[in-house]
Design a protein around this ligand. Structure first.
Ligand SMILES: Cc1ncc(COP(=O)(O)O)c(C=O)c1O
Length: 362
């Protein structure tokens, strides 16, 4: 059996619209015209395929990934843009690789500073000093940042020093924590005067004062809105991932009968149940609730019953649909943001899971 044939027989499929990715990068440029762009393509470009994303995002000034492994894969694939590794290095051996591959590191803890001071690198590397302005994940406490900055500046293994911080609640634009984090970061910058970066997607679109020299878009590149009250379309963003499958069965179920594992949905009327070939094994969330929208033949149907490993059920009553018909789980016809809300999740998770499952099942 050829690969092409096996692809033809697959049911749940992830299709990537690279043109939409390019369009969304243009939207970043429109929102933050005076800043450079560090495109965040970690986690396999949020499930969209890191290597192909990097090839399309030629207009980005630099890339951010989480790990050295991701950066290595990019370099091996011929990517020669600046790459910033958000987790930095964990030991001297990794640090040497940063130098060999021409990567920039984030510095977020004391141990990394000690490694940098002790190492003998073949060529110095750029360092992004991460300032903890309130997220309390990775980052140096604001009170200690000046000392770190000075040490990095003096270190012969360090080429340039940049400053970065990360918002914890930028999707909630009016949250006072954003203001406090911003003020804290501005104070650090004023004292040290480095090139700096703070804004993720939500801040790019709603907190222009946080743009500084370089913005760091992730989710908006992939066509999802970080805001509950504003859709991606309203923000001028286009869905990049199309997650589709097909109808593989339909049957009449009588009033009072239940659907699927755990009998979590009981029919309140005689119901035409459609079975779609997609489940949590394909990266669709098992937490999707009854009523989660699923699109078929220009109609939004409700998911009913619990999502299984490779199938889910929808209420097809009154809908004209045949076996083999295309079903959209999210994409152009149905926003991933809406589906994510119905799963008590976020688009980030859904996109990563569907992309990863599609790749793994190949
Ligand atoms: C440090 C950092 N910057 C930027 C981003 C991009 O964030 P978003 O996808 O919300 O734009 C991320 C994503 O998690 C991140 O960890």
């Amino acid at each position: 059996m050829s690969d092409q044939l096996s692809e033809q027989w697959r049911r749940a499929k992830v299709k990537i619209n690279l043109e939409a990715l390019s369009n969304n990068l243009s939207r970043v440029r429109e929102f933050a015209a005076d800043s450079k762009v560090m495109a965040v393509i970690k986690a396999d470009a949020y499930g969209h395929g890191m290597l192909s994303a990097a090839k399309i995002l030629t207009d980005a000034d630099m890339f951010a990934v989480a790990t050295l492994g991701e950066a290595y894969a990019l370099r091996k694939d011929g990517c020669n843009k600046p790459i910033i590794v958000l987790h930095g290095f964990i030991n001297t051996a990794e640090l040497q690789e940063f130098s060999a591959l021409g990567l920039s590191t984030v510095v977020h803890q004391q141990y990394q500073m000690e490694c940098l001071l002790a190492a003998k690198l073949s060529s110095p590397i750029d360092c992004w000093l991460k300032v903890d302005t309130g997220m309390h994940r990775l980052g140096i406490h604001v009170d200690d940042v000046d000392a770190y900055f000075d040490k990095l500046k003096m270190c012969f293994n360090v080429a340039d020093v940049f400053l970065m911080s990360h918002f914890s609640q930028s999707d909630d634009t009016v949250n006072i924590d954003n203001y406090n984090q911003l003020v804290s970061f501005i104070n650090v910058n004023n004292r040290n005067g480095a090139v700096c970066s703070m804004a993720n997607s939500a801040a790019i679109m709603r907190l222009p004062k946080s743009h500084f020299d370089i913005v760091r878009p992730g989710i908006m590149l992939y066509g999802s809105s970080p805001f509950k009250e504003t859709t991606a379309t309203e923000l001028g963003l286009q869905a990049v991932m199309q997650f589709e499958s097909m109808l593989i069965d339909k049957k009449e179920v009588k009033t009072g009968e239940s659907i699927g594992y755990g009998s979590t949905f009981t029919c309140e009327k005689d119901t035409l149940v459609g079975v779609v070939a997609a489940g949590y094994g394909d990266g669709y969330s098992r937490h999707a609730k009854n009523g989660t929208p699923v699109w078929i033949n220009n109609t939004r149907c409700n998911l009913i019953g619990r999502v299984s490993m490779d199938s889910l059920c929808i209420d097809l009553t009154g809908v004209s649909a045949e076996l083999g018909d295309r079903v959209v789980l999210w994409g152009d016809e149905l926003s991933v943001d809406e589906v994510a809300r119905s799963c008590d999740s976020i688009s980030y998770e859904l996109l990563c899971n569907a992309g990863a499952a599609y790749k793994a099942n190949r």
